[in-house]
Design a protein around this ligand. Structure first.
Ligand code: ZN
Length: 446
């Protein structure tokens, strides 16, 4: 099943199934629009402010500006030399950039942050831990669910003469995800009172006790029982240690993503832990069947739904970085297809520094690997880069098709293409009920 060709998906083309002609066509349109905008700007400046531009009736709106900067609490560093503008960064526009090491304190701080985060998935590479996880996971049940689902997919695919969308391994992850979300882990906003089970009220943070420190908690939230006759205090230590999470089995996005990623590793998947600068974390699992990294969010029981955050929850996003045992990748473009609409300014460091930091983390993780493995991973990086570039190109094309008057769209099939994308988008949104749970559930984020 490893050689399965990626399946065609209307809304999410991958590099392999991306049609080169259509890409060329989309770029032709891009250039046409640019030329058209220039002509219009010229016309506007010629006719001065008191008279409307000749084509005002169906003028193209200016490209939407990037959204407002993140709240100060996000700790965004001041913009560095290259990036005072709020336009989409060169990296997200697919322009070539040269990696360059951090020179100023803000850039260095961001690099150190990424380097620190990159350690998270290395903690999973512990046979004792993975064994313990396997003891907790009902493997027989998950394997038989996966077997059943993959057989159904095979039968469906055979009936139309195609290939199944997902392989058996992918179905194992889907079964793991269902079980993890529905039976194993609990989402905690305010922990209930352990004395009387009544709801509690947040009291702020409190220093960890020696025992909590020993078990790896660096932050402890304090709550108090809302029942006046009880009034007991309830502590909620935030554990980042996966061993602890096997015991406590509760938390918010941070604990969920950490524990679930480790479980994916335990069942033999290649896994990434994805950090988002706007306070969310999730998982990516490599699908051998589709030969690409697949978004998985345990909190949401979401599988291969990378547009959930930007388009479903209407979150603005600046950085999403995926960390795995083999390195790191800036995967923002997978989650933000249209940076004009859903991007937050990327001001923590210049794009040159971001790229350098990613390369540096990869270099560190791969330096002791066999040359053949290094070469394989480099090929994978390149393939993923093409996939990510394809997302940006198709989002641009969709936007242009949507803002251009019909008469300016060169070929009739271009409009059909745009319609198909639009339709897919609205189907996707309605299927998920417009971000039912996101913003509230993870208000405290990690
Ligand atoms: Zn109580």
């Amino acid at each position: 099943m490893a050689d399965g060709k990626p399946q065609h998906r209307a809304a999410q083309p991958t590099s392999n199934d991306y049609d080169a002609n259509s890409l060329t066509h989309q770029f032709e349109q891009l250039m046409r629009t640019k030329r058209f905008n220039q002509l219009q700007d010229n016309a506007r400046s010629r006719t001065a402010s008191h008279s409307p531009a000749p084509m005002a009736n169906h003028s193209i709106p200016p490209p939407s500006r990037a959204p407002p900067p993140p709240p100060p609490s996000m700790g965004a560093a001041p913009a560095t030399a290259h990036h005072h503008s709020s336009s989409p960064s060169p990296a997200l526009r697919g322009l070539p950039i040269m990696p360059s090491p951090p020179q100023d304190p803000a850039s260095l701080k961001f690099f150190n942050l990424l380097k620190g985060l990159s350690v998270t998935p290395t903690k999973y590479e512990n046979p004792g831990l993975l064994d313990e996880a396997l003891c907790v996971i009902p493997l027989d049940r998950l394997y038989s669910e996966a077997e059943e689902e993959s057989q159904i997919m095979q039968a469906q695919a055979a009936s139309v003469g195609g290939k199944p969308e997902w392989g058996y391994q992918d179905c194992v992850i889907k079964a793991l995800l269902r079980w993890f979300k529905r039976s194993f882990f609990k989402f905690v906003n305010n922990p209930p009172c352990t004395q009387c089970c009544m709801p509690t009220i947040a009291q702020g943070m409190t220093p960890p006790s020696p025992d909590e420190t020993a078990r790896g908690a660096t932050r402890v939230e304090l709550y108090r029982c809302s029942e006046p006759r009880c009034g007991a205090f309830e502590r909620f230590p935030r554990y980042s240690d996966v061993w602890q999470l096997l015991q406590t089995r509760r938390g918010r996005a941070g604990e969920w993503a950490n524990c679930f990623s480790m479980f994916c590793r335990a069942v033999g998947a290649r896994v990434r832990w994805v950090w988002n600068a706007e306070d969310h974390v999730w998982t990516e699992v490599y699908s051998e069947h589709q030969r690409r990294w697949v978004h998985v969010d345990a909190c949401e029981e979401a599988f291969d739904n990378p547009r959930l955050y930007a388009e479903g929850w209407r979150r603005n996003i600046s950085y999403c970085v995926a960390f795995g045992i083999d390195g790191a990748t800036d995967v923002t473009r997978r989650y933000v297809r249209n940076f004009n609409k859903h991007g937050n300014p990327r001001t923590r460091a210049s794009e040159e520094v971001v790229l350098w930091s990613i390369h540096e983390i990869r270099r560190k993780r791969r330096e002791n690997m066999a040359k053949s493995d290094q070469a394989r991973l480099m090929k994978e990086d390149e393939r993923e880069e093409r996939e990510l570039r394809g997302f940006t190109a198709s989002a641009l094309a969709a936007e242009i098709n949507n803002i251009l008057p019909r008469s300016l769209v060169g070929r009739p099939d271009a409009q059909k293409h745009a319609d198909a994308i639009q339709e897919a988008q609205s189907e996707w949104l309605s299927a998920r009920g417009h971000g039912h749970s996101g913003p509230d559930r993870s208000r405290d984020g990690r």
